[in-house]
Write a protein of this length. Structure first.
Length: 650
């Protein structure tokens, strides 16, 4: 799905398009079906006034009519206990008590055929609403494989609305559903609505199952045998850690050569522009700010794409749900539950969806504790920074036993981020809750299956396109601004001559301009803050730029290196030396400084977009300010401690 943000679907309503809502419990196959229906032509955004995410797209029916399809958050009932479940109730409110959302014209209710008894309770509530409804049975292939049975036509008669089957990845079911949707205005409706009392609903469910000739599927022995290992408290945890370890080894060994190729391409492109553009300032702007700055970030696209491919594959197999269940035991020590782990795991992509994912937590105290910890998870924005610094610290061929040393260090950085997030969540939970008991955690395990290529492609495209949009907007603007700061004020030949700089020596001129730029002045102004960490003004300006987006730290260093040595920026970066103070002459990027930078980036909250989402989610500036302050102090203190230790032992 592409990620074009919008305010709530009003454009579709103004065009008079029919709106279908997809309703169902978590892990009922909603997202898989939604991707199959809308392909890559979907939009993501927020419901007006809240940070709960909405996913909607368009599809063309058999009668060539274009309709809007909205994938509602997963819910087990219409008695909401969390913000995302409340949104489902709001969307289905036909009395328009909540005008901020659009009421659908028809509903597609997904029922997991392997757990039909539990799913029918939700259907009973939905049928009370009175909107045209079609039941979509999922996992019928799994039902048949486990010797379960159901008569779909009889089920349709029993519930009074149409019922179709859809098997993930099979086009036939989607085409049948497409044909059914075209005639939604003539869908049948129950003659008598299901009861509303709990004991009567149970009797209604029993009668529906009997009339539909439903036989409960056998226990999945294959799944049971696998889960006996993967959900084991000891073996399962070790396998999870091993999986993550292999994960990061793969990122370095597979994507690193591609990164080098992308970097070489942008280096060649920059030198080509510099050679053929004869206006010196324009050549420098294009080669350093545009190609050098943005290109230095784009070089990390292979790692980011591979990261999201691996995450999508783990999710598609059903393993991530097991990891959340497994981590429930660990989260309990922090006073949280497994759903909080899902939110924290989402933060590996980006803290923003991670913070938004806390909407699935029933407890407001749990949501706050998880939100305050989510930015500590190692997000994809840190990946370019980590890769740059780790590559400067360790050689490509260095080993940690039989493993790539860079991959081992990357795994350690991600592990430390996760441990830090859990620790902070525990602290905030204890501060805000003072012993409030944790609510029970219920999560339905999806069956093990081969990941669907279409789903993997859609998820990776969403992540990659979001990264590219950031590069083309926030990072581009920041790199241009940095280039201006690093190249102004303009220097005249007379001034250069007075300073002993040969005006014909481009490298000498660039170095002089850089050292006397507005950017250098800003960087030196904050040296008292970062000096104890071993940072000079060049690193400081990079740290400041990272407030817009962490990746711009890489672009900033790329610009600084290109200005000091336009012919070989990479070598310039490695050979930079401290220019003033007691450490004059030492390598700027020595082991203690790199280690301090890694730790600082691990803990500091340098993403203003995350601060903005915290503000919207909590409804106050209090918690974003607390988050930024505690993370900065933590980052500074631990970076200083790390630098001291590494300097003593390296």
């Amino acid at each position: 799905m592409s990620g074009h943000h919008h305010g709530g679907g009003t454009a579709e309503v103004n065009l008079g398009l029919t709106r279908f809502a997809v309703v169902g419990s978590p892990n009922s196959g909603k997202t898989t079906l939604f991707n199959a229906m809308t392909g890559l032509h979907a939009k993501t955004g927020n419901y007006p006034g809240v940070t709960v995410a909405r996913f909607e797209g368009r599809m063309r029916l058999d009668d060539h009519q274009t309709v809007v399809v909205e994938d509602l958050p997963g819910t087990y009932s219409l008695d909401p206990i969390s913000p995302d479940e409340m949104i489902v109730v709001d969307v289905l409110d036909t009395d328009h008590h909540n005008s901020r959302v659009d009421v659908p014209d028809a509903l597609l209710v997904l029922l997991n055929s392997t757990t039909l008894r539990r799913s029918l309770g939700l259907l009973a509530q939905i049928l009370q609403i009175g909107l045209p409804t079609c039941v979509v049975l999922t996992f019928t292939d799994d039902l048949a494989r486990r010797n379960g049975t159901i008569d779909v036509k009889a089920l349709s008669k029993a519930i009074g609305v149409p019922a179709v089957t859809v098997v993930a990845g099979h086009r036939d079911g989607v085409e049948t559903l497409r044909s059914t949707m075209a005639g939604f205005r003539s869908w049948s409706a129950p003659v008598v609505l299901p009861p509303t009392e709990t004991n009567e609903v149970t009797a209604w469910v029993d009668s529906v199952l009997t009339r539909a000739c439903y036989h409960v599927p056998n226990l999945d022995r294959r799944t049971g045998r696998i889960d006996a290992v993967l959900l084991h408290p000891v073996a399962g945890t070790l396998i999870f850690l091993l999986t993550m370890f292999v994960f990061f080894q793969t990122i370095f060994t597979v994507a690193a050569p591609l990164q080098d190729d992308v970097g070489k391409f942008f280096g060649w492109l920059g030198s080509l522009v510099a050679a053929h553009v004869h206006i010196s300032w324009l050549a420098a702007f294009l080669s350093e700010a545009i190609i050098g700055g943005v290109g230095s970030v784009l070089a990390f696209v292979p790692q980011i794409v591979l990261l999201f491919i691996l995450i999508a594959l783990l999710e598609g197999t059903g393993y991530l749900a097991r990891a959340a269940f497994l981590m429930d035991r660990v989260m309990a020590r922090a006073g949280l539950e497994g759903r909080a782990f899902v939110a924290l795991l989402s933060s590996v992509a980006c803290a923003i969806p991670g913070i938004m994912a806390t909407r699935s937590l029933p407890s407001a105290k749990d949501r706050l504790a998880t939100m305050m910890a989510a930015p500590l998870m190692t997000c994809s924005a840190r990946l370019p920074v980590y890769i740059l610094l780790v590559s400067m610290l360790l050689g490509a061929d260095e080993r940690a036993g039989p493993f790539n040393a860079r991959g081992v260090l990357m795994f350690v950085l991600y592990l430390l981020g996760a441990v830090s997030a859990m620790t902070v969540a525990a602290v905030f939970k204890r501060i805000t809750s003072r012993g409030t008991p944790a609510l029970p955690f219920y999560m339905e395990m999806p069956p093990y299956q081969l990941p669907r290529l279409r789903t993997v492609v859609a998820e990776v495209w969403t992540a990659a396109s979001a990264f590219l949009r950031k590069v083309s907007s926030i990072i581009l603007v920041t790199t241009v601004l940095l280039w201006v700061l690093l190249n102004l004020p303009l220097r005249h030949d007379a001034e250069l001559s007075a300073a002993g700089v040969d005006a014909g020596d481009n490298a000498a001129v660039s170095s002089y301009v850089l050292d006397h730029s507005y950017g250098a002045s800003v960087g030196r102004a904050i040296e008292p803050v970062f000096g104890p960490l071993g940072f000079d003004w060049r690193i400081n300006i990079g740290v400041l730029s990272s407030l817009a987006a962490r990746e711009t730290f890489v672009a900033t260093l790329g610009q600084v290196a290109a200005a000091q040595d336009p012919d070989d920026p990479a070598e310039s970066l490695h050979s930079m030396r401290v220019q003033s103070g007691p450490d004059t002459g030492r390598l700027l990027f020595d082991a203690p400084t790199i280690a301090a930078l890694l730790v600082f980036f691990m803990f500091a909250l340098q993403c203003m977009s995350t601060v903005g989402v915290l503000r919207r989610e909590t409804g106050t500036w209090k918690w974003p300010v607390i988050a930024w302050a505690y993370m900065f102090v933590l980052a500074w203190v631990l970076a200083l401690l790390t630098r001291t230790i590494v300097a003593a032992v390296w």
